[in-house]
Write a protein that binds this ligand. Structure first.
Ligand SMILES: [Zn+2]
Length: 363
């Protein structure tokens, strides 16, 4: 196990990565006694997800599953006859409902007739966010038009939300995880640490005794997890929840080995939490300065995200910009008004309450 240092993406102090490379896709590596890191391939630019396999006296507990692809199922078949040596899967824990984490929950649970553990918010989101067909609904079109996205832009975005790979088969039942709950898996005790903002009720697992944190997408070493508005709740304030979660995670010791869902395990939790907070603060500052002149969300998006490669990037960038604008509105810093079909955002006047007054119900 070699110790290498890499600079943070934005020139900040380095995090420490104990392994200088990841396992080959489909391979496993033991990162702590009885904790195995499985590199599962994904069919995207982000070409992998890290899954964690926890040894138990009578079998195995899996944390997250990968996507419902033939390639992923093949990898699982290899793990079952290889590392698992035909011992059963006793339970599947899911950090959050996103399809790269939850895609094979039902398949694994049906195969082993084993329980799925996840929070209530994530379990319910599995059905709430599943695409209902290939045609966008009126609420989706209205949201992106109000954000100021052109019809041509919307046309590029629409196919990205109707891809069948987004649909996740929901397990028949689940066992609920709650914040601070203790799980004993093999000889190790894990505490559930719930965060929000990237998804509604994201579960991380923390082992105090061995200083391990399986962090899902709640803390990633280099990528910043998306914090997005979606059509499901256009007036939500996920960024407030995300920033609160970063503060709560800081209560865990800095000495933990963070086992993230993407990239590589690392040390430097507190440093990374600071970097993530600063990333969003910079976005908020950029918007506050720019909104001396009224802007649409799409115009604001162009200030924050310049590299848009495809419709999916555009979808996420608009969603993330709206999350920052909603945050500033709830802080009373920014107001928005509907001009024709499009929202225009500007700085709120002093003492003006842009949100929450009885007259303004966010129309
Ligand atoms: Zn995610």
């Amino acid at each position: 196990m070699s110790e290498v240092s890499l600079c943070g993406q934005e020139g900040q102090q380095a995090l420490r990565f104990p392994w200088d490379s990841a396992p080959e896709k489909g391979d496993v590596r033991e990162v702590a006694e009885g904790v195995f890191w499985l590199r599962m391939p994904l069919p995207f630019a982000l070409d992998h997800i890290n899954l964690y396999l926890l040894r138990h006296e009578q079998g195995w507990v899996i944390v997250d599953t990968g996507m419902p692809t033939d390639e992923a199922r093949k990898v699982w078949e290899g793990v079952m006859t290889g590392l698992f040596a035909d011992q059963p899967v006793l339970a599947v824990i899911c950090t959050h409902f996103h399809y790269d984490h939850a895609g094979l929950l039902a398949w694994l649970s049906d195969r082993f007739k084993c329980p799925v553990y996840m929070t209530c918010g994530e379990f319910q989101s599995l059905s709430l966010h599943n695409p209902k067909g290939d045609e966008p609904n009126w609420a989706f079109l209205q949201l992106y038009r109000r954000a100021g996205v052109s019809e041509a832009g919307i046309e590029q975005i629409v196919p990205t939300i109707s891809r069948s790979s987004f649909s996740v088969e929901q397990p028949h039942s689940y066992r609920r995880l709650r914040d601070a709950q203790l799980l004993r898996i093999g000889s190790r005790q894990w505490r559930v640490v719930v965060g929000a903002g990237h998804s509604p009720e994201h579960a991380c697992l923390y082992s105090e005794e061995d200083q391990l944190l399986i962090s899902g997408d709640q803390v990633l070493p280099r990528i910043t997890s998306s914090v997005c508005i979606t059509v499901t709740e256009p007036d939500a304030n996920p960024l407030l929840e995300w920033l609160d979660s970063l503060k709560r995670l800081r209560q865990l010791p800095d000495s933990v080995l963070v086992l993230p869902a993407h990239e590589r395990p690392f040390y430097g939790l507190h440093k990374r939490l600071s970097q993530l907070q600063q990333h969003h603060e910079r976005h908020l500052e950029t918007l506050t300065k720019a909104l001396r002149e009224p802007l649409t969300a799409e115009e604001a998006r162009a200030l924050l995200f310049t590299r848009i490669r495809n419709g999916f990037d555009h979808l996420m960038a608009v969603g993330e910009t709206l999350a920052h604008l909603n945050f500033l509105m709830e802080e009373g810093i920014v107001r928005r008004e509907l001009v024709g079909e499009v929202w225009r955002y500007s700085l709120a006047q002093t003492n003006e309450q842009s949100v929450g007054s009885p007259e303004d119900i966010h129309l």
